[in-house]
Design a protein around this ligand. Structure first.
Ligand code: NAI
Length: 425
């Protein structure tokens, strides 16, 4: 066990027990990782590899890290957000003989980046990131490691955006799979996972209802679509804000109200940003909001709600509830920020992140991508790579099999028909 974790936990044994209990529960509901575990334990595909991970260290991630370790890797892991780690899970994971966990909840910037460096100190041959902090730190501060890195995997939209920007600058020097972009990840994790867990986390943190309220969803991408649909399903009136005309039109055609944030700001009771962009809710918006609104962010970084401007406007601020900070305006209105503007489904004190089944899919894709890097990494040049479709299909097939869902196969004639252009009217 790492010194920092031991020092922080008042009762490490109890913490480990609690962490193991959470991992056991998650593992039981992750049939894709269970099937891959059987394969990897037998084949030991990662023998000799060192896998560095920066992810939300909670139970589902721990099951992925454990799977990679049981496939033969030495795993070093830390968090990818200062508030999303479950310390008990981190301690339980750290007790695994092939895993070292540096993740701790509530760290400041200095400790956060020190833990990233500690993971890099293991000289990873493969990186698994959620947000790209590990790739960035390696390229900026430890470029000498790049030669021995086979490749990496990136979990989230913002990380893939950053990686693509890096590749465009010619700065990305090893191959990274855009795990986020696969159908098995994006269409389930971003849509259903974010939709469900964000709404659940806000409801549990505030003990307030959506029924009869106006929920403003900032950004109608994959996450925003799930949020809007599920908020409407909880009897909220839903307003969507967008900057991309086709996404705005899509939201409009789905029956949601679409308007600029400055207008939505006057109407909303609950605001959730999910754009991957910055300054989505700003000073002018705070100035016209109703008393008592809830402000939450589901995007990767804490820059979507301009908290500096809010603090500047406030005459007082106080902890209204665990995980809720109230900002009192000069006119007496109180605006409530959840989880310090960080990923609300992972960073509130009671947050559990996405449902287990959803993460089984996302991490199933991660696990087959790591295997692909070990088996065929030298076939991929530096840059961002789409996950090969057959790997995504493999994960879908395992899941359907586990669910007992049968589906049709193309006949030979159908396959041939779909592959030809000569058939006309
Ligand atoms: P996406 O790219 O599919 O959608 C983002 C949408 O926001 C786009 O339609 C874009 O036009 C819109 N947008 C950009 N700037 C805007 C602005 N100023 N105002 C209104 N709309 C704006 O991305 P996706 O997959 O929905 O992810 C969004 C964010 O959520 C990313 O930061 C991603 O990393 C994060 N994420 C968070 C998860 C969680 O567990 N909370 C899970 C998955 C992703």
């Amino acid at each position: 066990m790492t010194d920092t974790i031991t020092a922080r936990l008042s009762d490490p044994a109890t913490a480990r027990e609690s962490g193991h209990q959470k991992m056991d529960w998650a593992r039981e509901h992750m049939p894709i990782l269970a099937a891959l575990r059987e394969e990897y334990q037998a084949d030991q595909p990662f023998a000799g590899e060192r896998i560095g991970m920066a992810m939300h260290v909670e139970a589902k991630t721990a099951v992925l890290a454990e799977l990679l370790a049981e496939g033969g890797a030495e795993v070093a892991i830390t968090g990818c957000n200062p508030l999303s780690t479950h310390d008990d899970v981190s301690a339980a994971l750290d007790a695994h003989e092939n895993v070292v966990s540096y993740a701790e909840r509530g760290v400041d910037d200095e400790a956060y980046y020190a833990a990233i460096e500690a993971v890099i100190g293991h000289e990873p041959t493969i990186t698994v990131d959620d947000g790209m902090d590990l790739v960035a730190a390696i390229h900026e501060d430890y470029p000498e490691l790049i030669d021995t890195i086979v490749g990496g995997c990136e979990e989230t939209t913002t990380g893939v955006h950053r990686l693509r920007a890096m590749a465009e600058d010619g700065a990305l020097e090893y191959p990274v799979f855009a795990v986020n972009d696969t159908p098995m990840k994006r269409l389930f994790d971003n849509v259903h996972g974010t939709g469900e867990s964000v709404l659940a986390s806000i409801a549990m943190t505030t003990n307030l209802s959506y029924a009869g309220k106006t929920v403003v969803v900032g950004g109608y991408g994959d996450c925003g679509k799930g949020l809007a649909k599920k908020a409407a399903g909880q009897n909220a009136r839903v307003i969507v804000t967008e900057v991309e005309p086709r996404r705005a039109l899509e939201a409009h055609m789905e029956g949601y109200e679409v308007m600029p944030m400055q207008e939505a700001a006057k109407e909303g009771d609950v605001f959730v940003t999910t754009t991957g962009n910055r300054d989505v809710i700003t000073r002018e918006d705070f100035e016209v909001m109703k008393d008592g609104v809830l402000l939450a962010n589901a995007g990767h970084f804490d820059v979507e709600v301009d908290l500096d401007a809010l603090a500047d406007l406030a005459v007082d601020t106080f902890e209204a509830r665990d995980g809720v900070r109230a900002y009192e305006m000069a006119d007496g209105r109180e605006l409530n920020v959840l989880a310090e503007g960080r990923l609300v489904n992972l960073a509130t004190p009671i947050a559990l992140g996405h449902p287990v089944e959803v993460m089984d899919q996302s991490f199933g894709v991660q696990a087959v991508c790591v295997r692909e890097l070990v088996e065929s990494g030298d076939e991929y040049g530096p840059g961002v790579h789409d996950v090969p479709d057959e790997l995504d299909r493999e994960v879908a097939e395992i899941k359907l099999d586990a669910e007992g869902v049968a589906y049709d196969d193309l006949t030979d004639d159908q396959a041939e028909y779909m592959g030809t252009w000569q058939h006309g009217t």
